[in-house]
Structure formats: C-alpha cells, structure tokens
Design a protein around this ligand. Structure first.
Ligand code: HPA
Length: 294
C-alpha cells in the first residue's frame, strides 16, 4: 500500500473543497491564476472580489512564505470570471507534493479551463536581465527526476490518465497570444521565451549547480509552478506561465552577487504593473467552453 502522503487527496476530498467554494460565491471561474512571490498585485485587479483566507477553506494548506498573502480571490478580470491564488505552496515549506497541487484539482472541479501561473525566477540565460519577463515554453522537472512527481501514487482516472503527455505542457497558442499582446503593449525589449527549471529549494543554487542547469538547457530557475502545471495538464486544463527574472543566477566565482529573497520581492514591485497588464490583456482575449480559439 502507498503511504497516506503519497496518495494525496481523494477525488471526494477535492470535491468537498470545490463544492464549499462554489456554495460561498456565485462566480463560476473559467480562468485560474497563481500569483508568484511579489506578484500578488494581480489579484487586486479582479473586479467585485470575493476573498477566502486559505485557513477558512476546507482541506486547504496554509501559505507560510513572506510575500504570499494566503488567500483565494474570485472576481472578473477584463470581463472574464477568474479565481486567483494570492500565494502558493512550495516543496520547501515541507508540504507533500500532492498537497501543493491540491488547488489545481479543486479549480478543475469548479470548471476552470485555463491556468495562468506566475513566478519569480533566477536568470541562467546570460542574455537575460533583472526585470525581464520570460514566457515559459517548456520545463525541466528536477524533483521529478528524483522521484518526487505530484502524480506518483494511485491514479484516479476521473482526473486524468496514468501517463499524461507533457510535450504540450505549455499551450502554444497561449504562448503566441502572449507574444502578440506583449508586442502590442511595447514590451518587446524585456519579453523573453525560455525553459524553466524547478528545484526543491529553499537554499538557492551553488555556482556549479547554476552552470550545470544552464548547460542542460534551462534559461531560468525557480522553486514552483512545474508541479502545478503537471497536475493541471493531467486533468486537461491548458496552461500558460510567466517568470519574472528577479535576479541573475551567479555563475562566476569572481562575482560578488548573492541571490536573496528581498531582491526577489523588490523586482516584483518594479515590473508588477507590466506583468499584470500582460496577464489581464491576455485574459480579456481568451475564448472558452472548449472553443480554444485562444
Ligand atoms: N533560484 C531559485 N529560485 C529563485 C531564484 C533563484 O535564483 N530567484 C527567484 N526564485
């Protein structure tokens, strides 16, 4: 038998949480948004917000990280019904990986079709600058290589298949839409497209680790998003994700730079407005009800 933590939440437990939320708001979200470190301002853009603290939601974990408010906000963004996680859960908080990704399944059961994730990340690509926004086109799942995948354990076919495809993890039409919207907004100088590598954290990477990740093909490194994308794709939601490059990964033994969480939050403040504009403009142009024109 599987240990309890490996089994995660049952379908019925996810349903209890989804039903509780749906019975406390009339909004029926089609878009789910996850705010990364320092990017919680996205949730403040929602009109007619209905807010639930994580501690009040049945089965929900608590957010323990500075810069994460720990609440779920329902409202409309550019006319589209959305639910927004203001604060997410990470492996380094000590949660089992299935607990971190519980909200994705709850969102699916509430009717969400499109997930938009944001995060702060360290730039490995030498062309990247602090403040760049990277559209994630693919990922490298390091904890997954070590056996820590959110889909490990028994598979419930009501969510999705045993062996889900990940070659289409990041919706190509949404990547294209982001490029178009970014160009229209005049963001061309700082909008990038690249590969995100997730690590478990909480310690930042050594110089040797950064060099290795760069050689493996990663453009940015962080501690989130990928687990959520895997679970969201497993249940058929389409995914789009953005990294805000909050610091440059140190890859040189002569460098005096040091990654730190304060810098991550400060960069969030610097570029938050543009990142929010990009996301809200994209959301305004999404089509739904399985008609994924975009
Ligand atoms: N490494 C890992 N995670 C991060 C970083 C980083 O440099 N910056 C923001 N999140």
């Amino acid at each position: 038998m599987f240990p309890e933590s490996a089994a995660g939440y049952s379908y019925d437990e996810c349903q209890v949480t989804a039903d509780w939320l749906l019975s406390h708001t009339e909004l029926r979200p089609l878009v789910g948004i996850v705010c990364g470190s320092g990017l919680g301002g996205l949730a403040k853009m929602l009109k007619d917000p209905v807010v639930f603290k994580y501690k009040d939601i049945p089965n929900f974990p608590q957010s323990t990280v500075h810069g994460h408010a720990g609440q779920l906000v329902f409202g409309t963004l550019n006319g589209k019904p959305c639910v927004c996680m203001q604060g997410r859960f990470h492996l380094y908080e000590g949660y089992p990986i299935q607990k971190i990704t519980l909200p994705m399944r709850v969102f699916k059961l509430m009717g969400v079709e499109t997930m938009i994730m944001t995060n702060a990340a360290g730039g490995l690509n030498q062309d990247y600058k602090v403040g760049d926004i990277m559209i994630i086109k693919d990922h490298i799942n390091m904890p997954g290589f070590a056996g820590n995948n959110p889909l490990a354990g028994p598979n419930d076919e009501r969510f999705g298949v045993r062996f889900p495809c990940m070659s289409d993890a990041y919706d190509r039409k949404l990547v294209q839409l982001a490029q178009e919207v970014g160009a229209e907004l005049g963001f061309g100088d700082f909008l990038r497209e690249g590969v995100y590598c997730v690590l478990a954290g909480p310690s930042f990477e050594t110089i040797a680790e950064c060099c290795m990740l760069h050689r493996l093909g990663a453009d940015a490194v962080g501690m989130s998003t990928v687990h959520e994308v895997i679970v969201a794709r497993h249940s058929g939601m389409r995914c789009f994700a953005l990294s805000l490059i909050s610091n440059r990964a140190v890859m040189d033994y002569d460098s005096q730079e040091k990654a730190n969480h304060k810098e991550v939050l400060e960069t969030g403040e610097l570029r938050a407005e543009q990142l929010q504009k990009l996301v809200s403009s994209m959301v305004g142009r999404l089509e739904h009800n399985n008609n994924y024109a975009c």
